[in-house]
Ligand binder design. Structure first.
Ligand code: ARG
Length: 458
């Protein structure tokens, strides 16, 4: 069958070319948004007297019936259609007759597709944001539960200083909070309507772009018609926001994987979010966390695909831009799946205070506090640092820890040592004394939790 756009060409294309060209198998996702956009367009055309009110009603009724039928599964997408826009327009004309052919007045598929993607992604951002909020509040709950549980804090994956597990978890809450705001910023910049830009140059019809923008919930219109149909920076920005959030989830996953290993034994993931091995009976594998870490690679790939597809494109529309959808849809679907599994995985996770404390008791993570003790007694920090290092070396050599070192040994390193040193290097003291804002003390962690919760409510 000849194409709707048959004219200067015969409109008869090779079937291999048709398959290659067609995007309906992935852009059919946007059917609802395409139909909503078309309804607003019909309304606008009537409001400007470009078509009659009766014609607009016929178009809208036809579109509504198509929407209903697709939703109910009564109408299937025709995979031989060129794309979702052509499919719906053809279906409309089949249903309402020649008036259906008036819908595409003062519009092009170029502004139509730009409109649909923005509307579609806007909804997806809202879903992702609500999942991120759920995750952030689940993290806060865990942090509250373990706000006083002592665990080693690491740098270079070497035990560094004692912290509370709640403090560590809240670091992720802060990252997630920024992720949420990145999505909000991206949504705000995306929320300008390209409809009415037409193919690229605007139109000779006396249209009302603001009418459509308002009806469709946009904050305004794209002010340059070439920009409106040419750029997909909002896809890139969204893909980057997704990649960043996934990077956070991936680091979190990596820690869950480490922490649930026998080497750490800090956390237990619930049986519902781990798998067994088909051969090794003792195994409990953190597959969900590993998959989140693994899927982070694909969303980075999506971001690169988008950037690369756009980098050499002359203005305005080029068919290359059809490639935007699979990449951004994949990113969106991937992060939603990851978040849906991450929320309950965190909620059902438990941590072992005993294991975390026992790890904290080895590794001399109170050595900084030992140095600080000497500083408070008047020694310059560098000298105190050196003496503390020597004492740690002594402990390692003699298989003991700072807490158990006899006073005479302390004294042999510095006369400034006294009985109060034991209290100062007690892990609980070390944690509780880190009262600086944002630090690891229980009170500080509680303030952080309150801060995040307030931000989530706002
Ligand atoms: N399916 C196309 C896309 O996704 C729609 C726009 C087609 N426009 C055109 N002039 N061929 O980009």
């Amino acid at each position: 069958m000849a194409k709707m756009w048959a004219g200067v060409t015969s409109g008869v294309t090779d079937s291999i070319a048709d398959d290659f060209n067609s995007s309906i198998r992935f852009d059919c996702k946007m059917y609802k948004h395409d139909i909503m956009g078309s309804m607003a367009h019909a309304g606008m055309l009537a409001s400007r007297g470009i078509i009659t009110k009766a014609e607009a009603d016929t178009l809208c009724d036809g579109l509504a019936s198509i929407l209903e039928d697709i939703d109910a599964g009564r109408l299937e997408f025709d995979m031989s259609a060129e794309d979702i826009h052509m499919f719906i327009e053809q279906e409309l004309t089949d249903r309402v007759g020649d008036v259906g052919k008036k819908l595409h007045t003062a519009r092009s598929r170029n502004d139509q597709v730009a409109l649909d993607i923005r509307m579609y992604l806007r909804d997806e951002i809202d879903e992702i944001t609500s999942l991120l909020r759920e995750l952030t509040s689940a993290v806060c709950e865990k942090a509250e539960e373990y706000r006083d549980a002592i665990v080693p804090g690491y740098t270079h994956l070497q035990r560094a200083q004692p912290i509370t597990f709640g403090h560590h978890l809240m670091a992720y809450a802060m990252m997630l909070l920024r992720d949420i705001s990145r999505f909000a910023g991206c949504r705000a910049r995306m929320n300008y309507s390209p409809i009415g830009c037409c193919a690229l140059a605007g139109t000779t019809y006396d249209t009302d772009r603001h009418y459509e923008a308002e009806r469709l919930g946009f904050d305004g219109i794209c002010m340059n018609s070439i920009d409106g149909v040419s750029d997909r920076d909002f896809c890139v920005e969204l893909a980057a926001a997704i990649a960043t959030a996934m990077m956070h989830l991936s680091r979190f996953s990596e820690e869950l994987i480490l922490w649930s290993s026998w080497e750490f034994r800090f956390v237990k993931l619930s049986d519902s979010f781990t798998t067994g091995s088909s051969i090794m009976p003792q195994k409990k594998n953190p597959d969900m966390a590993e998959l989140v870490r693994g899927k982070t690679g694909r969303v980075y790939g999506d971001l690169m695909a988008l950037l690369t597809a756009l980098k050499g494109l002359p203005l305005a529309y080029n068919k290359d831009m059809q490639e935007d959808k699979e990449a951004i849809f994949d990113s969106v679907e991937t992060i939603k799946m990851c978040l849906k599994v991450f929320v309950p995985m965190i909620r059902t996770m438990t941590a072992s205070r005993e294991e975390m404390l026992s790890a904290a008791q080895r590794g001399f993570i109170n050595a900084t506090d030992l140095a600080d003790y000497l500083v408070k007694k008047g020694l310059p920090f560098r000298s105190a640092y050196k003496i503390s290092g020597q004492i740690v070396a002594y402990c390692i050599e003699h298989g003991t820890v700072l807490e158990e070192l006899p006073m005479d040994v302390y004294k042999s390193y510095s006369e400034l040592f006294d009985g109060d040193v034991y209290g100062e290097i007690d892990l609980l003291t070390c944690v509780e004394k880190r009262i600086s804002e944002g630090g690891t003390s229980v009170a500080s962690v509680e303030r952080q939790i309150a801060y995040v919760r307030e931000a989530l409510e706002a």
